[in-house]
Design a protein around this ligand. Structure first.
Ligand code: ATP
Length: 521
């Protein structure tokens, strides 16, 4: 899609908001910043940690069939040879020959400059030569300075480093660009040290590094980010035996299938139940349908994403990686168009087979069956994979709201209360000793109960409300003289701005109730 003014304005607004409220800052900003790397501030780090914890709780701790793993960031170089990253983790790169000399990711430059939908161009399908042909035929110029563009090249996205004091070719190692390969190369460690039974998953959350050609759109495309993913393994002869499918079969999802994209060539999705999509053979694998739908439900119900802005897009044949049987993206409708929020590939047996070949170590799973032992290389039916920063950006984009209240602008982050940086803020109305003391006592008690609470005494009550609205604190609790007599406080709801007086003893239940019953507006 063409980049328009509104997109830039929206992103600038969100970035200014993120700076102002302590969510995220370009790293080293006092030195001019380092493109593609972001620091998280006091508010951002809380939201980020809550999202991460929600992911880990949901997909590891509350599942009987998934275990955790955490590999090293600097990884054995052979891992990347076996996975194919060294030879094919590439993007097309083009340099401006004009004034600015900037470099651009060529597939993105084409998408931003040409109406690819109307012209039937699928950039993922094109070789570097064909991408170059588009530049020449369309006389594309540098989007920054309108200068001529040079000859494109392919560029490997891996960051390398040297290990140890001797700096020769044998000391080269790589920072992991994904966690999946750590799961595959560590597969035997898990099966040897636990009692996992098929089918099962191995989850990994951790920082990855990708030397993106043009990091952009704030936290959407960065060079260092936390990736949360798991591999779900089955017996290769039982890839469609999903005993939990009925749990999700009647759930409705927005499907943008391959045939929908090819035939209509527009952005419409079709809403249907997961069972219908399976019966119509839109999904190729039952487990993949199960995991994707469960994630869709999680984003909507537990992270507060509006279902109308979430769709399941199937990759075109031409987009599929060489190892993938089928891949789907859960896309969110960002202000800059529908873009991937989470990917979910069916990776077959490819990766374990590759690591078995390169390491000469058997990576089979052994099962006791009637009459003997069954050995096989497990099959990955689904790999749900999502960037933590991308979720954070989505949650902020979804929740950022400007309203007019009594003629004045109110900025509110309507974020799910479970993800808010603070569960509540406590304000003493008067600075008098006894009111302050009571407020401190309530604040400490809430903390002891495990809530994340802010204690705010500076400025008028109105200012304190606005400050906490802006960062998404779901409740502000005010303590006044009356509290000392009736043991009640005024509790103000962020979204409705309604104020009610409730007994102090009901406070924690009220916070929990709101977290449980929160509905996206
Ligand atoms: P692309 O084609 O957009 O470069 P990809 O499809 O190769 O990326 P995946 O390997 O599928 O990316 O990444 C898995 C997930 O990691 C994505 O769904 C997204 O949430 C996140 N992600 C990928 N690249 C980036 C990035 N550069 N910055 C932030 N998050 C990213």
């Amino acid at each position: 899609m063409m980049i328009d003014k509104d997109l830039r304005q929206f992103l600038e607004k969100i970035m200014a908001y993120a700076n102002r409220t302590g969510i995220a800052f370009i790293t080293g900003n006092i030195y001019g910043g380092l493109a593609g790397f972001w620091d998280y501030g006091p508010v951002g780090v809380e939201i980020k940690n809550k999202i991460k914890e929600a992911w880990w709780n949901k997909w590891v701790r509350n599942r009987d069939d998934i275990v955790g793993y955490e590999g090293a960031i600097i990884t054995h170089p052979k891992v990347w040879e076996a996975s194919g990253h060294l030879s094919s983790f590439n993007d097309p790169l083009i340099f401006c020959q004009g004034k600015c000399k900037k470099k651009h990711r060529l597939d993105h430059l084409i998408i931003d400059s040409v109406n690819v939908k109307e012209e039937g161009i699928v950039v993922e399908e094109l070789s570097i030569e064909n991408l170059e042909k588009i530049v020449v035929d369309k006389n594309l110029k540098c989007p920054e300075c309108k200068g001529d563009l040079g000859k494109p090249i392919t560029f490997n996205l891996m960051f390398s480093t040297r290990v140890g004091p001797v700096q020769d070719t044998s000391s080269i190692a790589y920072m992991r660009p994904e966690n999946a390969q750590l799961i595959f190369s560590g597969f035997k460690n898990v099966t040897d040290s636990t009692r996992v039974k098929m089918p099962f998953g191995i989850a990994h959350s951790g920082i990855v590094f990708r030397n993106e050609i043009s990091p952009r759109n704030f936290l959407f495309r960065v060079r260092e980010y936390e990736l949360m993913e798991f591999e779900y393994f089955t017996n290769p002869e039982k890839t469609n035996e999903c005993p939990y499918f009925d749990d999700i079969a009647d759930y409705e999802i927005n499907i943008y299938s391959r045939s929908e994209q090819i035939q209509k060539f527009d952005e419409d999705y079709v809403t249907m139940t997961v069972r219908d999509a399976w019966d119509k053979k839109i999904f190729k694998n039952l487990w993949q349908a199960y995991w994707l739908s469960l994630f869709g439900k999680w984003f909507i119900e537990e992270l507060g994403i509006n279902e109308k802005r979430l769709r399941f897009r199937q990759h075109l044949e031409s987009e599929l990686s060489h190892y993938a049987l089928d891949t789907w993206d859960l896309e969110y409708h960002y202000p800059f168009g529908w873009k991937e929020l989470m990917g979910c590939a069916n990776r077959t047996q490819y990766d374990l087979e590759q690591h078995q070949k390169f390491s000469k170590t058997k990576l089979q799973f052994t099962e006791q069956v009637e009459g003997g032992v069954n050995r096989y290389i497990p099959y990955v039916v689904a790999e749900p994979s999502v960037g933590l920063g991308r979720i954070l950006l989505t949650v902020i984009t979804e929740g950022y709201t400007e309203e007019e209240v009594k003629g004045r602008k109110r900025v509110v982050l309507k974020i799910h209360p479970k993800l808010a940086p603070f569960d509540a803020a406590v304000f003493p109305l008067q600075k008098k000793d006894n009111v302050s003391k009571k407020a401190k006592e309530i604040f400490q008690n809430l903390r002891t109960e495990g809530f994340v609470v802010d204690f705010d005494v500076s400025g008028s009550i109105g200012k304190r409300y606005r400050r906490h609205d802006e960062i998404g604190t779901p409740f502000c609790i005010t303590i006044d003289f009356e509290t000392l007599n009736d043991n009640c406080v005024t509790i103000r709801n962020r979204d409705t701005m309604n104020q009610t007086r409730i007994p102090i003893s009901n406070l924690s239940e009220e916070l929990y109730r709101n977290q449980r019953e929160y509905q996206v507006q």
